[in-house]
Design a protein around this ligand. Structure first.
Ligand code: 7TS
Length: 408
């Protein structure tokens, strides 16, 4: 079913906004964060107007209501990624915190000096730096699945890395720069055959593709609400129950305990063991509303729409003399187009486009090693979501021609 994009755009009040007089925003930066539909804004607003109280610690009506809303949202998120149980969804602040939770809790309990962790060359800094920190602290070794010049993972090189029996394979399901959608199920199957645990950075996949954690057989999977029409300040870590149960707590404090004495404590059961302190309650409610919103539209419909826009965008961008788009062809790719324009700094491209209300990002997009691999410092990046149209791609392309005129 084709999306009725013009109708659903009305769900996003910010898309009506003018960034300067008479210039309506063309938002092409959803890879950084998505816009939020009214359903999410109103769910959070209603929570504060109607049900606000702290959770898990009151018997009064508001506390019970707030707890139920917080836990209902967890159930929705579990169902959205087909987790077997809501206990396997840990609320965190974002993907970054989810990955750090695995690095601090699972990895510190299970990895020792000399153990190998396999990452890829296309990782976001949030799936690199926690492992650098552990390497410095513990002496674990890191190695990387190379990225080919076409922007794909080199699976033969991966096969060779697996012979060194890594303990963990942690990789992004979709690159935030190249847009590459990696063959996650295959990567996980190969890791398991070699005896490794897997961690999927799903920050860019869960918002855009149907992700089924049981079908993938992922051990851990991390994502953020803010990239999937939900609020900032909340994300999730999915984990296999036996792994999460065997792991020590991450942060200590209220809510994550069963009992506390002056000299000891007993941790709580899942998922509370990993949720210390008052969490982001209204944000959890907003996260649940975002999942409802995306589910009602259908992830397959969203993915098909984005594919159509991306195919069109790549075709139009590649027509522009001096433009080089990075990453694989559209069939291997989500809605991301990172590019360079010959003779013009990526920041200048973004700044000039902003004058026409076109919002794209420029920089290394927190994937500096990937840019180094391609011998560049930065790119301009347009990214697409369910609310973007081909007309917006045309605005982008016309804008780039204007940039060329400025620098001619
Ligand atoms: N992993 C990937 C693949 C990402 O794209 C991002 C954010 C993260 C992890 C971290 O997510 P966070 O919610 O914890 O910040 N990516 C981007 C981006 O491309 N531009 O801004 C943020």
């Amino acid at each position: 079913m084709a999306l009725n994009v013009l109708a659903l755009r009305k769900d996003f009040p910010i898309l009506e906004r003018e960034t300067r007089a008479g210039v309506r925003v063309t938002y092409l930066d959803s890879t950084a964060t998505s816009q939020k539909p009214l359903a999410v804004i109103e769910a959070m607003n209603d929570f504060y107007r109607q049900s606000n109280a702290n959770i898990h610690r009151g018997v009064h009506t508001l506390a019970e209501e707030a707890t139920a809303l917080y836990e209902d949202a967890r159930g929705k998120i579990a169902k959205f990624i087909n987790a077997a149980s809501a206990r396997q969804i840990i609320y965190t602040r974002n993907t970054t915190e989810s990955i750090n939770l695995v690095a601090y809790s699972w990895a510190r309990a299970n990895l020792k000096a000399g153990d190998l962790v396999v990452l890829t060359e296309m990782e976001h800094h949030s799936n690199l730096v926690p492992w650098h920190m552990l390497a410095a602290e513990r002496g674990i070794e890191l190695d990387f699945i190379p990225v080919t010049m076409d922007g794909l993972l080199d699976l033969d090189a991966y096969r060779a890395l697996l012979k060194r029996t890594p303990k963990l394979v942690a990789f992004t399901q979709m690159s935030n720069v190249l847009g590459t959608v990696n063959p996650a199920a295959e990567i996980i199957r190969m890791a398991h055959e070699a005896g490794a645990v897997t961690l999927v950075d799903a920050a860019q996949s869960v918002p855009h593709l149907k992700v089924d954690v049981q079908e993938l057989d992922a051990d851990f999977l991390a994502f953020s609400a803010h990239k999937m029409c939900g609020p900032t300040g909340i994300g999730a870590l999915y984990g296999k129950a036996e792994l999460l149960e065997s792991m020590p707590p991450f942060l200590g404090g209220g809510d994550m305990i069963k009992e506390v004495h002056l000299r000891s404590f007993r941790p709580n059961t899942l998922p509370h063991k990993f949720e210390a302190g008052t969490p982001a309650i209204a944000e959890a409610v907003g996260f649940g509303a975002a999942v409802d919103y995306l589910s009602a539209i259908g992830m397959d419909n969203i993915a098909a729409h984005e594919h159509e826009i991306t195919e069109y965008a790549l075709e139009r961008l590649e027509e522009i003399p001096g433009v080089k788009v990075f990453g694989p062809p559209a069939r291997h790719k989500g809605g991301v187009a990172a590019f360079t324009l010959e003779g013009v700094h990526p920041h200048d491209v973004a700044q000039i486009l902003d004058k026409d209300g076109i919002a794209i990002r420029a920089g290394h997009h927190c994937a500096q090693p990937l840019h180094e691999k391609f011998g560049i410092q930065s790119t301009s990046r347009a990214s697409f979501y369910l609310y973007n149209t081909k007309a917006e791609v045309d605005l982008l392309v016309n804008g780039i021609y204007k940039v060329k005129e400025v620098f001619a």
